[in-house]
Design a protein around this ligand. Structure first.
Ligand code: PEP
Ligand code: MN
Length: 436
């Protein structure tokens, strides 16, 4: 990994201009931030993180940018997925491998149907912070904001934000990234027809179980750009074109959530400074006028692949709400990636009290998303989904027919319900149909 000079902190800045712009961005109002009980302790943790090694390399992020430019042009498809919330306890090799494996399988199904490469981005190695609709839960306790902030246990002590958790999150993310690299380098079984009988030259890769050589794969990592005390701590100064920016050392791709996209807020201002490709979630409350402002701010140089707009309108409203947004952006001339998150607009509470989503609603939103883009002549560029390779029972429906009564069996998510391995591959097959 090639080292670039780190922008260690505003006062030890290698680039005064960037440091000044960073301070100005962070001085803006920031939604969804924890109130650390001890500001001094939080400051000490941020100081330690400033000296932390980056988890991702800037040249990897640049490579993702190139891949995403192809997606924006309609030459590749983007698959992003993983846990809603990663947890420290769940940061195990079997869990990470299961999630990478299901992403890989979904990618194969999609690539086969699209006849185009699939760019894969995991929600992994840092997806530890959660935005929440309420600040307190039903018991009156501060709400769980992800393992990077507090613990889900129902005690006042557990729910008190603890800045030390940012160090733990960093360590877990670094460990997860090591595993991602290993998984990609080891390679996966090639999906092409078996080369049965082919002779292996000395030094050629060994053949796998099905008689096929494993091929290396490429998976990037992403998380929600939410907890600014964490995100601000590991940045590289990137003097590259088209303007000097900051490159996050914590993820290749960062997205802004639907609850933190205020135009005058800190998250948008922070993202403006980043060299990384950026995602932006657009919920049903988002207006076409706002979106035009987002593309102007976040894609000032009109760089294909720089900005991914992630619509999550819900299956019932996507056909009504998405077209005016797409039309306005197209008229603006910016080449964004249109990605559909068919999960977050379709969340409901089951009769027996579980936060869930129905497989059919997920597919219905995707069908609406594809129909809108087909009609407007724009590229349906990708999907963003909450999935796990584990056999959980969190979302309803699918071929296994998960019913409300099944939800308690293996409902293990720390936040939102995920499609399980079977439902995920089924979903990829449904999207493959929409693609072909
Ligand atoms: C999420 O992706 O887990 C999330 C909170 O999404 P949104 O911001 O779209 O609600
Ligand atoms: Mn979620």
């Amino acid at each position: 990994m090639k080292r670039l000079p780190a922008l260690a902190s505003a006062d030890r800045a290698v680039d005064r201009v960037l440091a000044g712009r960073l301070s100005a961005a962070l001085a803006r109002p920031a939604a969804q931030q924890p109130c650390w009980p001890d500001a001094e302790r939080a400051g000490a943790v941020i100081g330690l993180l400033h000296n932390a090694e980056p988890i991702v390399a800037p040249e990897e992020t640049a490579r993702l940018h190139t891949r995403l430019a192809a997606v924006a042009r309609g030459e590749a498809f983007l698959l992003q997925g993983g846990d809603c919330a990663e947890t420290f306890a769940g940061n195990t090799e079997p869990h990470l491998r299961a999630n990478l494996g299901v992403l890989e399988r979904m990618g194969e199904v999609l690539a086969g149907a699209a006849g185009r490469p699939v760019v894969k981005i995991a929600r992994m190695a840092g997806q530890f912070a959660k935005p929440r609709s309420n600040t307190v839960d039903a018991r009156g306790l501060p709400v769980y904001r992800g393992d990077i902030v507090n613990s889900p246990e129902c005690t006042a002590a557990a729910r008190t934000p603890d800045p030390h958790r940012m160090l733990m999150a960093y360590a877990h993310a670094a460990g997860a990234m090591d595993l991602v690299r290993k998984f990609c380098a080891e390679g996966v079984e090639a999906p092409q027809p078996a080369l049965a009988g082919a002779r292996r030259a000395p030094g050629e890769p060994r053949f796998g179980e099905a008689g096929r050589p494993p091929r290396p794969t490429e998976i990037f990592v992403s998380h929600e750009l939410l907890l600014l005390d964490y995100e601000r701590a590991v940045l590289w100064a990137d003097s590259g074109a088209p303007e000097p920016r900051l490159s996050s050392g914590l993820a290749h791709f960062l997205w802004i959530g639907d609850r933190t996209r205020q135009l005058d807020g800190a998250h948008i201002a922070f993202a403006e400074l980043l060299a990384n490709p950026i995602g932006l979630k657009l919920g049903p409350g988002c207006t076409p006028e706002e979106v035009v402002e987002y593309v102007r701010r976040l894609d000032p140089h009109r760089t294909p692949g720089r900005l991914t707009l992630v619509s999550r309108m819900g299956h019932a409203r996507v056909r009504e709400l998405l077209p005016p947004i797409v039309e306005k952006v197209t008229a603006s001339g910016h080449e964004v990636i249109w990605q559909c998150d068919p999960m977050h607009g379709n969340t409901r509470t089951s009769g027996n009290g579980y936060k869930t989503r129905h497989f059919d609603h997920v597919v219905a939103e995707l069908a609406g998303f594809f129909a809108v883009h087909r009609q407007l002549g724009t590229h349906p560029g990708g999907i963003h989904v909450e999935v796990t390779g584990e056999d959980v029972t969190e979302c309803l429906g699918g071929a296994a027919g998960i019913a409300e009564a099944d939800l308690p069996d293996r409902y293990t998510t720390a936040c939102d319900p995920r499609l399980n391995a079977g439902q995920s591959v089924e979903l990829a097959a449904a999207v493959a149909k929409l693609l072909s």
